[in-house]
Design a protein. Structure first.
Length: 233
């Protein structure tokens, strides 16, 4: 699917309903990651780049309330919508307290759901548009917002994918990162051809990082990479 508008985490143990929702949302241009139980939803959220979460309440392993709490611990701005037959006021209050932004009762219209998704994504985009994201990388400054690397002498433009990769490395410095872990975060899936593409971008990134010889982007053959950072001088 090309030109993905956003990635949706759908946690729903009703497979027929999940299939209908997935087809409808993909027709609208969204990528849907479906999970049939709460623990899998938490695992997918940890490993994937998600834009909005749709959670059923009654699920195996962990219920929607537990999933929402876990997600909210990691992100204050991630939109979380509950979708459930449990429409009692107490359930809704519990849902909001666990971190939900909205509550849609089953049965619902797909048109209403899509409209709500669009509203929350617009709000989230506006919040992020005001944030300047910068990192200190050795003696360099990395502006993820501007897609630039700054040294004391010059600025270097990097591509969007190089910036996504470098951001991921900056968030996990001095740690062995598996190839599949990086691919899932930056590209959304792990396959051979994307892996070859990643290698090209990492080669380019190394050239840009040569402004500071103390920065090491180490290849662990057959496993992944380690982004080694010394203290800035």
């Amino acid at each position: 699917m090309q030109n993905v508008r956003a990635t949706i985490l759908l946690a729903e143990d009703d497979y027929p309903l999940a299939s209908i929702m997935t087809d409808a949302l993909e027709d609208e241009g969204y990528k849907v990651i479906h999970c049939a139980d709460g623990q899998t939803a938490i695992d997918k959220f940890d490993k994937s780049r998600i834009d909005i979460c749709l959670l059923d309440i009654m699920m195996p392993n962990k219920d929607g309330f537990a999933v929402a709490k876990k997600i909210r611990q990691q992100s204050d701005v991630m939109p979380i919508l509950f979708i459930s037959t449990r429409a009692q006021q107490d359930d809704k209050i519990k849902g909001y307290k666990s971190g939900a932004d909205d509550y849609i009762s089953k049965p619902f219209s797909m048109q209403e759901l899509v409209m709500k998704i669009e509203v929350f994504l617009r709000r989230t985009k506006k919040k992020h548009s005001d944030i300047v994201e910068e990192y200190q990388v050795g003696n360099l400054k990395f502006s993820y917002t501007e897609k630039k690397l700054y040294s004391s002498e010059k600025a270097i433009d990097i591509t969007v994918k190089e910036a996504d990769l470098l951001r991921f490395f900056c968030l996990h410095p001095n740690r062995l990162l598996k190839r599949e872990e990086i691919l899932l975060d930056v590209w959304g899936k792990d396959d051979y051809f994307l892996g070859r593409s990643m290698d090209v971008y990492i080669t380019r990134l190394r050239k840009s990082l040569k402004q500071d010889p103390d920065i090491i982007l180490e290849t662990i053959h057959g496993v992944g990479f380690r982004f080694v950072l010394a203290e800035a001088k």
